[in-house]
Design a protein around this ligand. Sequence first.
Ligand code: 13P
Ligand code: SF4
Length: 347
Amino acid sequence: MFFLDEICFGCYNIFNANYNSKEEIFLFTENDRCMTYEMKNIQEEIIRLKKEKDICILAHSYQAREIIEIADFTGDSYKLSVDASKATSKNILFCGVHFMAETAKILSPDKRVFLSNISAGCPMAEQMTPEYIKSIKEKEPDRAVVAYINTTAALKSVCDVCVTSASAVKIVKAMDAEKILFVPDCNLGAFVKKSVPEKDIMLLNGGCPVHAAVDAEEVHTSRSLHPNALLLVHPECKPEVSNLADYIGSTSGIMNFAKSSDAKEFIIGTEISIAEHLQYECPDKKFYPLSKKITCADMKLTTLMDVYNCCKAIDSGDESDAHEILMTDEEITSARVCIDKMLELGE
Ligand code: 13P
Ligand code: SF4
């Protein structure tokens, strides 16, 4: 019989302990993975609650393995936006960061959308205010404004089109405009600029503090430790890192490349969980995280217990642990324009 009070967090925390290790990073394979009886029970409870309360769980690929396993949809931010727009359940529970749940709410305004850990935000999403973008638009009125999806709904409402890392190049190429202001990530923006040289792309000084923490020296160190490995990096990394890569792509781009490649070893230049998921899914290949610095503390905030507590709280009479995303009709309508444009041009 399973009682929540009896959960042993010793083994449950093994995954998080792994991220904090000061020594070599150890990645689990299917064979050596520690899945406790208690964790399995929590997962089964979540699956039962999902059915009972008509909850669809969307989990970003940066989430821990035990959360990915109980999700209905997993993937990068573009795929999850499309999945959210097609979800048929009454409730959506997002495991990721705040702007992702907000995007799901904008795309599914008639559904109740919840975020499993309300403290999980993306520091980049808060970097620029609508007033700041408006002030630049006044000076550069003929530029179309492209917003990375890692932005607040308020910022999206003053932009023309949204992009994700997977869709940015395709969408910027497809846009009518020749002059573009790309916000907030100057590293993703630099990658787009290089891939679409025919357009005049202006960048601002923003970006992901996690991916931007890595430099070329760490690439050289990692390459010398793993001379046979291909280097796959996310475009949120600095150009000095991306320029040394064998492949640059979004989370799903990196995962698909590694899975379908004939190569056997890979250095993964994005959030550390991606190396872990790949190692788990491809036990015959070897994956080395480029740097422990690419660990997103916000993405790591969500635990399986958060998901359980959220599922339990929904429709329970006391929803204090459910963390519903609440937005006015006006906020939804004004931010939706540029998300719809993304879905139209990204197809
Ligand atoms: P993706 O668009 O690749 O899912 O990345 C989201 C993100 O937050 C990257 O740090
Ligand atoms: Fe934001 Fe960077 Fe974390 Fe992605 S990895 S959620 S961009 S802080």
